[in-house]
Ligand binder design. Structure first.
Ligand code: 13P
Ligand code: SF4
Length: 303
């Protein structure tokens, strides 16, 4: 079926079902074009809570749809492709986290939203890339177990006097952006501002002018006086900025910076989701209630 026809059908079904489509910045262009809201993990959580819709179709990966369902249990939340996951979220299990908690009984657990509902339920508070430093500094404990992203955790540890116990998780997309890639680009484009996502390695973040969430990167491009930018995150954001600001120059960190899980979401899968009400994301109530506490605490301090 032609894209335009699929888009028209999606629009009609959205109205019929009182549904909205929430999308992350890393999904395909045509997917973002049918979304009611496109944003970073924090703004997507807030959009899910604030929406008056009965149905949310989540164009993103599993933990994002799960967070929407935890926060808004009265809404039906669908993930169009059930195996669109975040490999980093699978790098921490409840069992392993409990063992770590036993080793550090005085530590609070700060859990990056890129994690399962069960891990969130074991945590004191969640964070996203947009608020990780503020979240860690908002808690009373002097010690923090930070799961699962070691790179985001290391970045936070530079902005707090708390002792941070890092977890060995990482995002393959950001961790594969190398210092050499960035030094090469900076040599070629010495006037370019380098905007990096905090999931990048510490040696890459050392080279950044600004370390920001995906929404933070978009806002920095909007307000900056610079004409050139190296976009240190998944390549879709570079493509989007290039289209939006044709008079500015953008450089991707590497051709390999692709999140193949985000690309699993297609227009066809969104149409199927709305037509057949698939695939519903559900969290067992006893887990949901605890996970919601950790997410609510984060949203409270994020304003
Ligand atoms: P943001 O919250 O900054 O959009 O990051 C989410 C993510 O998965 C980055 O890889
Ligand atoms: Fe997970 Fe990395 Fe994809 Fe973000 S870019 S969803 S952290 S695999």
């Amino acid at each position: 079926m032609e894209n335009q026809l699929i888009k028209e059908k999606i629009k009609r079904l959205k109205e019929e079902r009182n549904a909205i489509i929430l999308s992350h910045f890393y999904t395909r262009r045509e997917v973002q074009e049918v979304a009611d809201f496109v944003g970073d993990s924090l703004s997507l959580c807030k959009a899910a809570v604030n929406s008056k819709a009965d149905v949310i179709v989540f164009a993103g990966v599993h933990f994002m749809a799960e967070s929407a369902s935890i926060l808004s249990p009265e809404k039906l939340v669908f993930l169009p492709v059930p195996d669109a996951g975040c490999p980093m979220a699978d790098m921490v299990t409840v069992k392993a986290l409990r063992e770590e908690k036993e080793k550090h009984p005085d530590a609070a657990v700060v859990c990056y939203v890129n994690s399962s509902a069960a891990v969130k339920a074991e945590s004191d508070i969640c964070c996203t890339s947009a608020n990780a430093v503020n979240v860690v500094n908002s808690i009373e404990n002097r010690e923090v177990i930070f799961v699962p992203d070691k790179n985001l955790g290391a970045f936070v540890s530079l902005h707090t006097d708390k002792k941070i116990h890092l977890w060995p998780g990482f995002c393959h997309v950001h961790d594969n952006i190398s210092e050499e890639d960035i030094r090469y680009l900076k040599n070629l484009h010495p006037d370019a501002e380098f905007l990096a996502h905090p999931e990048c390695r510490p040696e890459v973040l050392c080279l950044a002018d600004h370390i920001l969430s995906t929404t933070g990167i978009v806002k920095q491009v909007e307000k900056s006086g610079s004409r050139e930018f190296i976009i240190g995150t998944e390549k879709e954001l570079f493509e989007k900025l290039k289209r939006k600001y044709p008079d500015k120059k953008f450089y991707p960190p590497s051709e390999k910076a692709r999140c193949y899980n985000m690309k699993k979401i297609t227009l066809e899968s969104i149409l199927n989701s709305l037509e057949n009400m698939e695939y519903e994301v559900n969290v067992p109530e006893h887990v949901r209630v605890k996970a919601k506490k950790a997410l609510d605490r984060m949203i409270e301090i994020s304003g």
